[in-house]
Design a protein around this ligand. Structure first.
Ligand SMILES: [Zn+2]
Length: 348
């Protein structure tokens, strides 16, 4: 089968589209095999190419976390889907047996993994996943939208709804609008009825965000974000900051945060080691929240939103599988607004 692979960590020159990969077999009686229609990229995929601590790959390693396709084979104990179903894939793999899984908190699983990072990924003609990781969706949902949906929307949902518990009328600051998680967080906050501030280094991306409902737009290349937030809120600050940038934005995030504010983070694309003045933390009674992916209840909740047409990722660009290295280059240069999708199958 065809797929996008790496055989060693490094730069994007490691990416290789191959057509000689073995079609994966069902491993367990609860597995399903999906004939992929499309996959979508996340920043995580760039980290996998470069190499992550504790993650080992075997050649030829198939990349990709997100995707959508048609069920091609099922194990004898699979009940939630049938061969021929159009399914979207939840990239978070959990063991189903540990203390946290038994509490229904799959993304806290002691053996948690993500497709493309800890297991063969979605940018290939076939992928095998546990049946717990697929949901049937109507074939009327566009393939690119479904492919791009899971990881970013699930991550944003847990951050905004479960962890930060954003309420109507609250002010929320979201860094780096253009990435999938930031856009999903904007959409979810607007559904809740929050007032949303977004930043970007690109005025064009800020205008797109305005069209998606952003109330305040800030160019972080030309503006002191925290000062502007303070000025426009009468020194009060915002209630919640969504920060997945890390060291480059942390200080500004805290300066923008009002009393009893919550800072929620799911990533550190600019670097992981940040500085926090503990005196300001306790005096302002802030809460700093970590968040990773989401649990099965949260996944079912976002699938309902997808089915109802209330949440859908904007699509930046679609590439055929053969051109998938170019898709990675677009993501690495941060040129995208919305999701970068790779079409697989007849047209890929
Ligand atoms: Zn577990």
């Amino acid at each position: 089968m065809k797929g996008l692979t790496i055989s060693a960590h490094g730069g994007l020159d490691q990416l290789e589209v191959r057509d000689d990969l073995a079609i994966p077999d069902l491993g367990r009686t609860t597995d399903v095999r999906v004939r992929m229609r499309a996959a979508a990229l996340n920043h995580l995929d760039l980290f996998v190419v470069r190499g992550l601590p504790g993650v080992t790959i075997t050649p030829h390693w198939v990349l990709g976390a997100d995707g959508v396709g048609v069920v091609d084979a099922i194990g004898e104990d699979v009940q939630n889907v049938a061969v021929g179903d159009f399914v979207v894939i939840n990239p978070g793999i959990s063991d189903g047996t540990c203390e946290y899984c038994r509490q229904g908190e799959q993304s806290l699983c002691l053996r948690f993994g993500i497709l493309g990072e800890h297991a063969p990924g979605t940018i290939a003609e076939f992928v095998v996943v546990p049946s717990a990781n697929v949901r049937s969706i109507p074939s009327t949902i566009p393939v690119d939208v479904a492919a791009a949906f899971s990881l970013a929307t699930l991550t944003a949902w847990r951050m905004v709804v479960t962890r930060a518990e954003v309420h109507a009328g609250e002010d929320v600051l979201i860094w780096g609008i253009g990435g999938g998680v930031a856009i999903a967080a904007l959409q979810i906050c607007k559904h809740i009825g929050a007032r949303v501030w977004v930043t970007s280094g690109s005025d064009a991306k800020l205008e797109r965000a305005r069209q998606l409902g952003a109330d305040e737009i800030i160019n972080h290349r030309t503006t002191d974000v925290a000062k502007l937030v303070r000025d426009r809120t009468g020194k009060r600050g915002v209630d919640v900051v969504v920060d997945d940038v890390g060291v480059a934005t942390w200080k500004q995030s805290l300066l923008a945060l009002g009393r009893r504010g919550r800072l929620v983070t799911c990533g550190a694309t600019s670097g992981p080691l940040v500085e926090t003045d503990v005196r300001r933390l306790f005096w302002n009674q802030w809460t700093i929240l970590g968040s990773t992916m989401g649990n099965d209840v949260e996944y079912d909740a976002i699938i309902q939103e997808l089915r109802a047409g209330r949440l859908f990722p904007p699509i930046d660009r679609v590439y055929p599988l053969g051109d998938s290295p170019a898709a990675f280059e677009r993501l690495e240069r941060a040129e995208q607004f919305g999701k970068v999708v790779i079409e697989i199958g007849d047209r890929g």
